[in-house]
Design a protein around this ligand. Structure first.
Ligand SMILES: [Zn+2]
Length: 340
C-alpha cells in the first residue's frame, strides 16, 4: 500500500535503532554474504521466489530533512526480475544488510489471481515494513547474524510491539505469489494492448498515432489518497477535513485542494502546517510521513500535541505511547542525521 495507516514503520525503525551491537562489514564482506546466502539451500527453501540481488554502495541522503538511508529496489514490472541493494557508507553494518535483504525476498503482492486476471482491482501490495517484512528479516537474521544479534533484534521488536507473521503465514504468502504475478502480467499486457489500440483509433487518417501519457503522481496526490482512504476513519471530503483542521488552524477546502494539487512539496509555512495537520487527522505514521512527505510536526509551525489531540485523540495517544517507548530504549546508532 502506498502509505502507512499505523505506526509500523516507526516501530520497526525505533527497534532497529535501539540496538547497540551492530557488526560492521566491508563492501567485500557484504557482497560475499549475499552471494553465499543466495547459493545456500536454506535461502532457496525459505524464499522460493527470490530473484538475484546486486549489492551496491552509496545509499541516499536527504540533506533538507537531515537523514541518510540505505535501500532495496526491484527491477522489472509487474514482476521483479532482480533487486538492487544500496548501502550508505555510514550504515555499513550486518543489520542494515539483513534489513535490505528482507525487502528483496519478502512477499510483495496479494490478491485473487482469477479476479486480477478478469481485470478487477483485487488485492494489492503488502506494507513495506509490515509483518511479512519482519518475518522474512527474522529468518535471514537467524542465518546471518550471531545468536546474540538475532536475540537482540527479537527482543527489540517485542519491546516496540512490532508485528511479525508466523513462518507458515510467510510460507503461504510466498507460495501464493507466482500465480498473482502471472495474473498481473496478463492484465498488464492486456491494458497495454488496449491503450495502443485506443491511441491508434483516436487519431485521424494520415496523422501519426498519439502516445498514451501516463500521469505522474505529484507530492499532493498522496495526501489526497490518504484523505480518501477507506480503511481507517478518514475518507473525508475536502470540506469535512478543512472543517476539522480549522478547529486548530485556519483552513478552507480551497487550501486543501491547492495542497493536493501540488506537484512538489510547498514552501508556504501555513500550507505545510495544514499538510501535517491533515496527516494527523488521517492517523498516518509520523515516521512514514517524515520519510515520504518530508513533514514533521515540529518543523510545520511547531504543532502541539494538544492541537493533535483535538484532531485525532487516538493518534495522539499512540504517539505518546511510542515516545515513551523510545525514551526507554533510545536510538543508539552513531549515525549523523538518524538521531534527530
Ligand atoms: Zn526498510
Amino acid at each position: 500500500m502506498p502509505y502507512a495507516s499505523s505506526v509500523e514503520q516507526w516501530r520497526v525503525y525505533s527497534a532497529e535503532q535501539s540496538l547497540g551491537e551492530l557488526s560492521p562489514i566491508t563492501e567485500d564482506q557484504a557482497r560475499q554474504i549475499v552471494a553465499d546466502a543466495e547459493a545456500s539451500e536454506w535461502w532457496q527453501e525459505a524464499f522460493p521466489n527470490a530473484q538475484p540481488i546486486e549489492v551496491t554502495f552509496g545509499g541516499g541522503a536527504n540533506h533538507d530533512e537531515g537523514y541518510i538511508q540505505s535501500f532495496a529496489e526491484p527491477r522489472g514490472y509487474p514482476r521483479p526480475h532482480s533487486f538492487v541493494v544500496s548501502i550508505h557508507p555510514e550504515m555499513m553494518f550486518l543489520n542494515t544488510l539483513v534489513h535490505e535483504l528482507a525487502h528483496c525476498v519478502m512477499p510483495r503482492v496479494y490478491g485473487d489471481p482469477e479476479r486480477i486476471r478478469a481485470g478487477e482491482l483485487d488485492g494489492g501490495r503488502y506494507s513495506t515494513h509490515g509483518r511479512y517484512f519482519t518475518a522474512a528479516q527474522g529468518i535471514i537474521a537467524e542465518r546471518l547474524m550471531s545468536n546474540t544479534g538475532t536475540a537482540a533484534l527479537t527482543e527489540a521488536y517485542a519491546f516496540f510491539g512490532v508485528d511479525v507473521a508466523t513462518p507458515s503465514e510467510l510460507e503461504c504468502a510466498l507460495a501464493a505469489e507466482p500465480a498473482i504475478y502471472e495474473a498481473r502480467e496478463h492484465i498488464d499486457a492486456e491494458l497495454r494492448r488496449l491503450d495502443a489500440e485506443t491511441a491508434q483509433r483516436s487519431v485521424g487518417p494520415g496523422q501519426p498515432p498519439g502516445t498514451v501519457r501516463i500521469p505522474t503522481i505529484g507530492w499532493g496526490e498522496w495526501l489526497r489518497l490518504l484523505r480518501r482512504d477507506t480503511r481507517g476513519s478518514p475518507n473525508l471530503s475536502q470540506v469535512a477535513a478543512a472543517t476539522r483542521i480549522s478547529e486548530v488552524f485556519p483552513c478552507t477546502a480551497r487550501h486543501l485542494s491547492e495542497l493536493e494539487r501540488a506537484a512538489v512539496k510547498p514552501t508556504s509555512p501555513d500550507q505545510l502546517t495544514r499538510a501535517m495537520l491533515l496527516t494527523i487527522l488521517c492517523g498516518a505514521d509520523p515516521i512514514w510521513t517524515r520519510y515520504n512527505y518530508g513533514l514533521t510536526r515540529w518543523e510545520c509551525g511547531g504543532i502541539t500535541m494538544d492541537q493533535a489531540r483535538v484532531l485525532n485523540a487516538g493518534w495522539a495517544d499512540l504517539v505518546d505511547h511510542m515516545n515513551d517507548l523510545v525514551k526507554q530504549r533510545p536510538p543508539r546508532w552513531d549515525v549523523p542525521g538518524l538521531l534527530d
